[in-house]
Design a protein. Structure first.
Length: 278
């Protein structure tokens, strides 16, 4: 339990559980001075909350899109600014696409991040690499494949055929610039605040190919046509980007097999075969 008075200067007068999240406890905290906090806690991998806090701070420094302010973090706790959820307005989806593209335009000299972090509960390797082909095929695809507990020989052969095809596809593209991405952006990791502005949270941040960002948005849906139009107006993507999203979805599907089991196996196989057919 956090000593909220020691950390914030004001004692907690209300603490209640919040829904959402599958790897940590989420709670609402109201302090005696009226300040509201979002408190996540749990006995997770030692630096889980610290890497999340660092990612939120990195995104905040870009001044492109709103994230909750980090108020306190240690190995078992993360306290964030509590942001009231509002309703989507006419401008919201377009504003979201524009702001996310602006975030992804923040670049670095290489692909990776300052340290490894997590995609859900799975370690995400962020070793710096000069080329995206190596980073994606080795630190994303191969790493996830190596975590699989048991797969058939057919699945293994399919994976390695897919991996070789991916190398050829990526190598055929123009120079890919590393962009700062949220990394795990699905409909459960954003909402609109009371002014209709987008807020993103629970990041798995690194510098990657920005198409990775859009791939995750299409995995479960929840993003409108206006969102994608505003994104590509702000950040024009190379022709064929819609088809390449399937390549990048495979990373997340492999992770879902590792996190949730074989129910995602068929969908993963289908996505890999789709890439090989094209």
């Amino acid at each position: 339990m956090i000593d909220f008075e020691k950390v914030t200067g004001s004692r907690a007068v209300e603490i209640r559980p919040l829904s959402g999240g599958c790897i940590a406890n989420s709670q609402y905290v109201c302090l005696a001075n009226g300040q509201e906090l979002f408190w996540k806690s749990g006995k997770l991998a030692q630096n889980t909350f610290k890497t999340e806090a660092l990612a939120l701070q990195n995104i905040a420094l870009t001044k492109t899109i709103r994230v909750p302010k980090v108020l306190y973090v240690d190995h078992e706790n993360l306290c964030l600014e509590y942001i009231c959820q509002g309703k989507e307005q006419e401008k919201s989806a377009s504003l979201f696409g524009k702001k996310l593209a602006a975030l992804n335009l923040h670049s670095a000299s290489e692909f990776g991040w300052v340290q490894n972090n997590y995609i859900g509960a799975t370690t995400q390797i962020n070793t710096w690499e000069r080329d995206w082909t190596t980073f994606f095929t080795e630190h994303r695809l191969q790493f996830q494949f190596d975590l699989l507990k048991s797969v058939s020989k057919d699945f293994e052969n399919l994976f390695y055929d897919f991996k070789e095809a991916v190398k050829n596809i990526i190598n055929s593209l123009r120079s890919i610039q590393p962009g700062l991405i949220h990394g795990d952006l699905w409909s459960g990791n954003y909402f609109y605040d009371e002014q209709g502005e987008p807020v993103i949270f629970d990041p798995a941040t690194y510098y990657g190919h920005p198409e990775m960002e859009l791939a995750m948005t299409t995995l479960f849906g929840g993003f409108s046509k206006k969102f994608y139009e505003a994104y590509t107006d702000t950040y024009p993507l190379e022709e064929g980007w819609q088809e390449r999203l399937t390549i990048y979805k495979v990373y997340h599907l492999l992770n879902h097999i590792n996190l949730f089991g074989s129910s995602y196996l068929s969908q993963t196989q289908h996505a890999m075969k789709q890439v090989l057919r094209n």
